[in-house]
Design a protein around this ligand. Structure first.
Ligand code: FAD
Length: 387
């Protein structure tokens, strides 16, 4: 009986495996690493609400983000907590208290109109004094702070481990330390998937009629260079810093130029501060390693965000990095959306999510489209040879 194979035990592959199992399909989930190691486990872990998308009036993305927040909170309440996000606002800057009040009002209106209940505290504002007491941000021109709530994953690797255990408990197979190296097709249809065990190099072939490539920025590689889709990479990384942290329940969104431009999150992480996310184009690279120059450039941005705080390269305790798919193959711009592509033979599907936040929705969508609501008879009989 041909199998259903999923490449990648990141958030995309894990949620797709669960969505398949809910519909009676037993997939084989394959990851080249022994432990979860991709972008999902190195992410900042924020399940974004839609507020940021209201700046560009991207309502569909607002709706998806709100739905995604509910998905995580409903299914894994013990893995998520509300994260109070504070953005200091400055006189004369484009991000003004008035603009935020408008966005908040619009957010509320949309929630009511679309019936989107969000089980997080209400957004609001805080005073200048409150901001300065909580965190040592630039004080010149500071008016106060905008406050909103996102959901935060407490521990992304633990969440993935829980999901993979669930996949196995429900009858799916998880193959770790195994790479999908190629596929075999006949008459334009997928016939089999080629695997190689990363520890002993052993190769095997599984008859499969469906292959879901959830390999993140590496998706598409198993098809070989002739059919590669333009999914180059953007390098994204966070820095764990030995610098003062905001209060434990808060994340501060700070910009190098107060009140405008790109902002970075600062939140407490153990005894240190997690700062991110920094991006740079990295087309064609396979391993997510920030260079010394990447770290220097990130430190320069952090110094501008926190002008009163002393820091140098010795303040960096760790880096957490991952590769993300880009928009056009140049590595210059992240692909923001969630994509279901079919660039290979019949039976080959590629799922590429731009965000951990919305990856589960893409999985649910694809599963709903491909498998009927009523569970099918379970088809998976395959087991690893050494089991
Ligand atoms: C530093 C950083 C911060 C981020 N912060 C956030 C955030 O706060 N909020 C948010 O919503 N998003 C965030 N993101 C984005 C988010 O993490 C990604 O969009 C998401 O995790 C992608 O999940 P994925 O499963 O598609 O890919 P990955 O997590 O990269 O998983 C892909 C998996 O596929 C495996 N694989 C690939 N090819 C093969 C093969 N041929 N055979 C076997 N296995 C293979 C890899 O080993 C890997 O485990 C961040 C990303 C980074 C890097």
């Amino acid at each position: 009986m041909p199998e259903t194979v999923i490449i990648g035990a990141g958030i995309q592959g894990a949620t797709l495996a669960l969505a398949a199992l809910e519909r009676g399909v037993c997939p084989i989930l394959v990851d080249r690493d022994d432990q979860p190691s991709g972008a999902s486990v190195n992410s900042y872990g924020i399940v974004h609400g839609g507020l940021r998308y209201l700046q560009s009036m991207n309502i569909p993305r607002w709706v998806r983000s709100r739905r995604a927040q509910n998905w995580y909170i409903d299914r894994y309440p013990h893995q998520v907590r509300p994260l109070r996000c504070v953005m200091p606002l400055y006189a004369g800057a484009p991000r003004s208290p008035r603009l935020f009040a408008l966005a908040r009002g619009f957010d509320r209106l949309l929630r009511t109109a679309l019936g989107q209940h969000v089980p997080l505290p209400e957004d609001g504002a805080c005073s200048r004094q409150e901001v300065l007491q909580a965190y040592d941000v630039a004080s010149h021109g500071l008016l106060g702070g905008a406050v909103w709530y996102d959901a935060q994953l407490l521990n992304p690797p633990a969440l993935l481990r829980e999901m993979l255990a669930e996949v196995e408990q429900r009858g799916g197979v998880v193959l770790r330390s195994t790479e999908v190296t190629g596929l075999i097709e006949q008459g334009g249809r997928l016939q089999a998937v080629l695997l190689r065990n990363a520890s002993d190099g052993r190769e095997q072939r599984i008859a499969a009629d469906r292959l879901f490539d959830c390999g993140g920025a590496q998706a598409g590689r198993c098809m070989g260079p002739a059919r590669r889709v333009p999914s180059a990479a953007v390098l994204a990384f966070n820095l764990l810093m030995d610098i003062p942290a905001p209060p434990a329940s808060d994340a501060y969104a700070l910009s190098p130029t107060p009140g405008r431009g790109r902002s970075f999150f600062f939140r407490r992480y153990g005894a240190a501060t997690l700062v991110g996310t920094f991006y740079r184009p990295a087309p064609g690279i396979l391993s997510p390693e920030p260079t010394a120059e990447d770290v220097r450039s990130a430190l320069s941005s952090i110094r501008q965000c926190l002008p009163n705080v002393e820091l140098d390269e010795g303040s960096v305790l760790a880096t957490y990095a991952g590769l993300l798919p880009d928009r056009d193959g140049s590595g210059r711009a992240l692909h923001p959306g969630d994509r279901h592509l079919r660039p290979g033979p019949e039976g080959y599907h590629m799922l590429v999510s731009g965000k951990l936040t919305t990856a589960p929705l893409l999985s649910e969508q694809v599963a709903r489209r491909l498998w009927p609501a009523a569970p099918l008879p379970r088809t998976g009989g395959w087991r690893p040879r050494h089991a």
